[in-house]
Ligand binder design. Structure first.
Ligand SMILES: *[C@@H]1O[C@H](CO)[C@@H](O)[C@H](O)[C@H]1NC(C)=O
Ligand SMILES: *[C@@H]1O[C@H](CO)[C@@H](O)[C@H](O)[C@H]1NC(C)=O
Ligand SMILES: *[C@@H]1O[C@H](CO)[C@@H](O)[C@H](O)[C@H]1NC(C)=O
Ligand SMILES: *[C@@H]1O[C@H](CO)[C@@H](O)[C@H](O)[C@H]1NC(C)=O
Ligand SMILES: *[C@@H]1O[C@H](CO)[C@@H](O)[C@H](O)[C@H]1NC(C)=O
Ligand SMILES: *[C@@H]1O[C@H](CO)[C@@H](O)[C@H](O)[C@H]1NC(C)=O
Ligand SMILES: *[C@@H]1O[C@H](CO)[C@@H](O)[C@H](O)[C@H]1NC(C)=O
Ligand SMILES: *[C@@H]1O[C@H](CO)[C@@H](O)[C@H](O)[C@H]1NC(C)=O
Length: 371
């Protein structure tokens, strides 16, 4: 009894510790958060090839790679996807070439977000395929809802467009296909004279999620264009490439004090692990590795494979015969169907839009038209 209790407790503690690590807010946590690993350079990731998982974390869902890029899909009711960079930039540029997902209640988004909830957004609301919204938050402050902007863009669901965020100490800019569509200066009323201007090291987050679900606030559902029609599954957003440029070149970023202002951020010098990872020689393909081996090795491996294959086929035939005899083959195949993850949305709520969800969401947002 007490042993079981101890086991459960230690499992809970481990879970809490892991949670703390990924969610560490340097301004409110009493323990020191881990340093943010820097990008420290500039790089373009083409999404038609498997992303380096030491630099990118597919936190929720799975990527489907195509010749064009990566597809992020909601394939079952209430599911969502979230990809996060493991590196941070401290001012810089993010250029994403994307196609939004079409469908009422579905939000496609590519954002920069810091550990203390500074945030710079591109958001596509699925019912309107001729628009993208720009937005920003400082320290997760959602007291007012006057920061969002609407921008027209043609066929956002069927054509890749170039959505670029330029983010410096002085100003924030949103560009679409080489055209400047919006500027926010460091010090203006909307940034609370700089206090709520995004200014701490941020990660790239790419997410597709349903806002049009019954458990959402009515205002959020309206913002998303109504309830999701689940008979339209799947909903898919595509990313062709993302270029990210870090305006600082260093190894990592740390916070000093709890002001969350850019001058409280320390840039630790050195080469970033991201930079080393990007510059390391590309993995050899299987065929290149094969070519590196001599003909003798080829023959030996061929024989070994033949032996293994013959053995495996014999084993499989024996297994099929025995299953069939028991009349269980169909049953076994049925039991192998994939199941959906009911917890995906909970994870999302916690990691994504923490500020919005917690404080009542989008329902009071008054979005302003800029063009
Ligand atoms: C941090 O510590 C102070 C004083 O020790 C305490 O009042 C506060 O609640 C703590 N904050 C958190 C987020 O744990
Ligand atoms: C991905 O796209 C880029 C640009 O079109 C191309 O150079 C590259 O060969 C593609 N890679 C793969 C694996 O298809
Ligand atoms: C949050 O935003 C409101 C409205 O812009 C502002 O008055 C307030 O000072 C901000 N709070 C903090 C803690 O920055
Ligand atoms: C889509 O958004 C654009 C830009 O804000 C707007 O002009 C257009 O009327 C919207 N279309 C629909 C169907 O709401
Ligand atoms: C995308 O737009 C940005 C901002 O205008 C520009 O600097 C960049 O060169 C564009 N990318 C491509 C591939 O045209
Ligand atoms: C931002 O600053 C520039 C000058 O640096 C000025 O021309 C522009 O009007 C400012 N924009 C806003 C919204 O304050
Ligand atoms: C999806 O979420 C809604 C609540 O918003 C719930 O009523 C519904 O049962 C969920 N569906 C599934 C398949 O989990
Ligand atoms: C950083 O990398 C450069 C080469 O890209 C190398 O010359 C330099 O020694 C490295 N510095 C450190 C501190 O490792």
């Amino acid at each position: 009894m007490s042993f079981l209790y101890l086991l459960i407790c230690s499992a809970l503690v481990t879970f809490a510790a892991a949670d703390e690590q990924t969610e560490c807010n340097p301004l409110t946590s009493n323990s020191t958060c881990e340093a943010d690993p820097a990008l420290g350079t500039e790089h373009t990731w083409w999404f038609n090839t498997t992303l380096d998982d030491s630099l990118w974390d597919m936190t929720t869902g799975k990527i489907d790679y195509t010749d064009e890029g990566a597809d992020f899909s909601i394939k079952s009711e209430n599911a969502s996807t979230l990809l996060q960079s493991k590196f941070y930039i401290f001012f810089g540029v993010m250029e994403v070439h994307a196609k939004m997902a079409k469908g009422a209640g579905i939000i496609s988004s590519v954002i920069l977000q810091s550990d203390d909830l500074d945030e710079i957004d591109w958001e596509w609301v699925g019912y309107n395929t001729s628009a993208v919204q720009s937005d920003f938050f400082g320290k997760g402050n959602t007291t007012t809802s006057d920061r969002g902007g609407f921008h027209t863009v043609d066929n956002a669901d069927t054509e890749f467009h170039n959505y670029t965020t330029y983010w410096s100490q002085d100003r924030l800019e949103w560009w679409i296909d080489g055209e400047l569509r919006r500027t926010v200066n460091y010090s203006e009323p909307k940034t609370v004279d700089g206090k709520n201007y995004p200014q701490t090291p941020s990660r790239v987050k790419v997410s597709l999620w349903p806002v049009g679900i019954a458990s959402q606030l009515q205002g959020n559902i309206e913002w998303g264009g109504g309830l999701v029609d689940w008979s339209d599954l799947p909903f898919t957003m595509s990313i062709q490439r993302i270029r990210v440029q870090d305006f600082h070149s260093g190894k990592e970023y740390t916070y000093s004090g709890t002001s969350g202002s850019y001058d409280s951020i320390n840039v630790v010098s050195g080469n970033s692990t991201a930079q080393k990872e990007i510059n390391k020689a590309p993995e050899k393909s299987m065929s290149e590795k094969w070519d590196d081996l001599g003909t003798g090795a080829h023959a030996g491996i061929g024989i070994a494979i033949a032996v293994v294959v013959v053995g495996a086929v014999a084993g499989f035939v024996w297994w099929c015969v025995s299953q069939r005899r028991k009349g269980r083959l169909e049953h076994a195949l049925e039991a192998d169907q994939p199941v959906t993850e009911p917890t995906a949305m909970n994870g999302l709520k916690k990691e994504w839009r923490q500020s919005d969800w917690a404080r009542g969401g989008y329902h009071q947002r008054l979005l302003k038209t800029y063009d």
